[in-house]
Ligand binder design. Structure first.
Ligand SMILES: Nc1ncnc2c1ncn2[C@@H]1O[C@H](COP(=O)(O)OP(=O)(O)OP(=O)(O)O)[C@@H](O)[C@H]1O
Length: 263
């Protein structure tokens, strides 16, 4: 543990001071350190563009799980060609440490919008955002990709477009969604786990306008004043009611709800 606490910052220092001397990228700042990797905002002068560089953490070098997650994230970013996901730009090894360079997605995460900027989303806005997000999730699911980390810090918006980042936990399944769902709908490597996360994502948006009137915490369906159909959909996403059979079915019901209530 002591060695790790010294080694990791040392590796970071050496990386910052040697990698960027040898390459065409310029380091702007370190923007995050997760369990598997460290992310940096970098700049390419020749193209006048920002990118994200993610390198594996030194202490994870011998972890099979970390290596496989890194490889899967690289492959998935390479495969996904939709503008909603960061494209893979480059990949390599720096003194044995794998790294990837990906497209930088401009904008703010929903976590920043809600908790740093105090942005408030109405019920209608929340459902509209989730329906737009679902069209992107459907694209993933049609390719057999389960993101498995659809949380407010992993969805960005520049005010117009939505981007989904951080494929570090994503996995590919071979079977079709309906076959998988029959197995065990609560297992995490499963299409419905993304819908479950989306249910929580939606609750974060809806709670942005919640102001507690009493001290005692109550369940979300008592605290939030929502249309009955909104509650029904959330319960299906959270699997506390009969779950949706696929992301397409969820989108179709959410679209119907939006059309009926707000269009
Ligand atoms: N393609 C991208 N475009 C813009 N910002 C990004 C991009 N990828 C990551 N980020 C930002 O970089 C930071 C670190 O990202 P990373 O994917 O390493 O996630 P993390 O939450 O730090 O770690 P973990 O992998 O454990 O979830 C986050 O603040 C994230 O918003």
């Amino acid at each position: 543990m002591v060695i790790r606490s010294i080694a990791e910052p040392l590796v970071d220092w050496i990386f910052i001071h040697s990698f960027f001397k040898e390459e065409r990228w310029q380091l702007k700042r370190k923007i995050g350190k997760g369990s598997f990797g460290t992310a940096y905002l970098i700049y390419d002068f020749s193209e006048n563009r920002f990118y994200i560089l993610k390198r594996m953490n030194y202490h994870k070098l011998r972890s099979g799980e970390a290596r496989s997650s890194f490889t899967i994230e690289t492959q998935l970013l390479d495969e996904l060609q939709d503008g909603a996901f960061p494209a893979l730009i480059d990949q390599g090894n720096w003194r044995g440490l794998p790294y990837i360079i990906m497209e930088y997605k401009a904008g703010k995460t929903f976590e920043e919008l809600i908790f740093s900027e105090g942005k408030v989303f109405t019920e209608q806005e929340s459902f509209l955002i989730v329906s737009r997000l679902l069209t992107k999730i459907i694209e993933l699911h049609q390719r057999g990709i389960i993101h498995r980390d659809l949380r407010i810090p992993n969805v960005l918006t520049d005010g117009e477009c939505l981007s989904i980042i951080d494929f570090g936990l994503a996995r590919k399944v071979e079977k079709t969604s309906s076959e998988k769902e029959e197995e065990n709908p609560r297992k995490p490597v499963h299409f419905s786990s993304d819908l479950y996360s989306l249910g929580h994502f939606l609750l974060f948006l809806l709670y942005s306008s919640y102001q507690a009137t009493i001290k005692k915490e109550r369940p979300w369906d008592e605290e939030l004043t929502l249309l009955p159909e909104s509650k029904r959909i959330i319960k299906k996403l959270l699997m506390s009611d009969v779950p949706f059979q696929s992301s397409s079915e969820a989108l179709s019901e959410i679209k119907k709800h939006i059309e009926k209530q707000w269009e």
